[in-house]
Design a protein around this ligand. Structure first.
Ligand SMILES: [Fe+2]
Ligand SMILES: [Fe+2]
Length: 207
């Protein structure tokens, strides 16, 4: 069997769907490598900043790593702007949709809303509302998003920062995207993990 027998989904039988399921599982296993390829595409995306979108993403992830952040945070920082390729007007939601099945709820929420939180840094110059993030006040992850933007995102446009290459982060991306999707122990609903850990940061610096 190389393809299913049906031309309309409603005509498929158990054999057809078992066949498709096996295909989908095999395809899903390649997600991490497709994402890593997409990250390279970010190098070509429209910029105007002093560094490319890929450079910015790597710098945000490097800052997360250097601060002792855990793997969910580091991979979320790396992919937080991946939506720029296909969804320039809701790039944050796009990135969060990719991450949500595989990372802590906290990280997916922060990635999803970071676009509005970033406005505090520039919206006054473009006729927007710098206080747009205020609509999220009271959310348990509000302060995490403030910290994400301040420490990893708004400052990661520095061409002189010692940024780690994509290959450094590739094993972490593979680890995260081969997790079981929506596993409650991974989603960790309501769990709060600090963005930085001084002990881990020190160990990484010495390694
Ligand atoms: Fe962004
Ligand atoms: Fe960003």
């Amino acid at each position: 069997m190389e393809t299913v027998k049906f031309t309309q989904m409603k005509d498929g039988d158990r054999e057809d769907y078992a066949f498709l399921n096996a295909h989908e599982t095999e395809y899903a296993a390649g997600t991490a490598d497709r994402l890593l390829k997409a990250m390279v595409e970010l190098d070509k995306s429209m910029s105007g900043y002093k560094i490319t979108r890929l450079g910015h993403s790597l710098q945000a992830a490097t800052r997360a790593w250097n601060g002792g952040a855990d793997i969910d945070w580091v991979v979320s920082a790396l992919l937080h702007d991946i939506g720029d390729i296909y969804a320039p007007y809701n790039h944050d939601e796009y990135a969060a949709t990719i991450l949500r099945p595989f990372v802590r709820e906290q990280c997916a929420w922060v990635v999803q809303t970071h676009g509005d939180f970033q406005m505090v840094y520039y919206a006054q110059h473009v006729g927007g509302n710098p206080d747009k993030r205020d609509t999220f006040r009271g959310n348990p992850y509000f302060d995490d998003c403030v910290e994400f933007c301040e420490k990893w995102d708004q400052n990661s446009f520095d061409p002189d920062y010692q940024t780690k290459p994509l290959e450094f982060f590739a094993p972490m991306v593979r680890e995260v995207f081969t997790r079981k999707a929506y596993e409650p122990a991974i989603i960790n609903k309501g769990v709060h993990v600090s963005l930085s850990d001084r002990t881990v940061a020190d160990q990484r610096r010495k390694a």
